[in-house]
Write a protein that binds this ligand. Structure first.
Ligand code: HSE
Length: 398
């Protein structure tokens, strides 16, 4: 099982000189990256905080961009090191140079705002601990659910809630593709359209193979269950093997096919979690998102069922969350997100009953099947004929 890096082990943090304890009194903002999200953030800040935006770093300063800024920087490390920059917004993405820049900003004790779900879902727990050590802050509302304020809800309003379930539909691209397939579109064409609309990751396999949803679920589960949590630990299936026949088989039964991301506490106290295409009854909240919309449901002992829905992908919705984090960083009264300690969140694969389709018919399994045993189940039902697909059916009572 993947482990979460710890600050008490030699790691990247030990080789970075820090300026912890140095008061950073400046209020300047440095933006790293000016792609789909970064350019929306820049346009928003040029209206709301033009006097504070000090620098924008991009890979190619000469490329034409729809942002009214004359002097793009080519060296993002200089922006991070600029003493006039107190708030570093990371909109580059991935765990390459973006990771180095975030580490450097934290080492310098700066306020970091990032939309980088890959980084937070794989290294967030120790980055938060590192930030607590250097006096930096780390905010990542934009990493999950676009404009939906779910990170803030879980870390703030629900900080003392006894959560039993968190999850829903967390990836706009797969939602868009599955919707389009339900309308008769071809898988490849629908994916290309999601890329054109700016929903899909630069490598759309991150979306269709479920990595993006896994990152988001790991972040939400960590906040909900207040344990360090990383995405490689989660059971995961994507949508690339689904066919129009699968979508149609669900429609005949009153189900919609969605990429479901779910973490829930079982009656025995274990956490079950996973990402999987699943059939959802048409009237269920998880079946409602269209296109780039997401839905997140939190169930807690005291709060009951809370459902959050809205635009989960795209430049402007995601920029809303980024700029809100910048405003929180500017407001000295607002604290950083929590850095959890203790045992890592451990989950077993999500379980649900499954529709097995084979040549000439289909069956629903009488018992829930764990997500990592679908192939074995398919082999069992193979006695009925060639198995064409095996897809979980989401049910509250599974
Ligand atoms: N590729 C992501 C999605 C973008 O489709 O949801 C938002 O995180």
């Amino acid at each position: 099982m993947p482990t979460i890096p710890r600050l008490d082990r030699p790691s990247d943090a030990s080789s970075i000189s820090t300026t912890a304890g140095t008061a950073v009194r400046e209020r300047g903002i440095g933006l790293l990256g000016c792609g789909t999200v970064g350019s929306s953030v820049a346009r928003r800040l040029l209206v709301s905080h033009p006097e504070l935006l000090r620098a924008i770093a991009v890979r190619d300063p000469h490329k034409p961009r729809a942002v009214a800024w004359d002097d793009f920087e080519s060296d993002p490390f200089e922006v991070v090191d600029d003493p006039a920059v107190r708030i570093v917004i990371e909109c580059i993405g991935g765990v390459g140079i973006a990771r180095e820049l975030v580490l450097r900003a934290i080492a310098r004790g700066k306020d970091v705002v990032t939309a980088n779900k890959d980084l937070i879902a794989t290294e967030g727990p120790w980055l938060a601990a590192f930030a607590a050590r250097t006096g930096a802050t780390l905010r990542y509302e934009a990493a999950v659910g676009g404009a939906i304020p779910i990170v803030r809800a879980l870390s703030g309003a629900l900080a003392n809630e006894d959560v039993s379930e968190v999850g829903g539909v967390l990836n706009g691209t797969t939602n868009f593709v599955l919707d389009a397939m339900a309308g008769g579109a071809d898988y490849g064409e629908a994916l290309a359209e999601a890329q054109r609309l700016g929903f899909a990751e630069s490598d759309p396999r991150a979306d269709v193979d479920g990595h993006d949803a896994a990152h988001k679920l790991a972040i939400l589960a960590g906040l909900a269950f207040r344990r360090p949590s990383v995405s490689p630990q989660l059971a995961r299936r994507g949508i690339s093997s689904l066919s129009s026949d699968d979508v149609a088989a669900g429609a005949e039964r009153g189900w919609r096919l969605k990429l479901l991301a779910m973490a829930q506490r079982t009656a025995s106290g274990q956490i079950e979690a996973g990402i999987t295409p699943a059939f959802i009854p048409e009237d269920h909240p998880f079946a409602q998102p269209r296109g780039a919309e997401n839905v997140v449901r939190v169930v807690g002992r005291n709060c009951g069922t809370l459902t959050f829905s809205g635009l989960g992908a795209g430049g402007d919705p995601t920029a809303s969350a980024v700029v809100a984090d910048v405003i929180a960083a500017l407001d000295a009264r607002t604290t950083s997100l929590p850095a959890y300690t203790g045992a890592d969140l451990v989950s077993s694969p999500l379980r649900s009953r499954v529709l097995v389709r084979f040549r000439g018919g289909s069956v629903v399994t009488p018992e829930p099947v764990p997500l990592d045993e679908l192939e074995a189940t398919a082999r069992v039902y193979g006695v009925h004929g060639d198995v064409r697909s095996i897809i979980p059916i989401w049910s509250e009572a599974a």
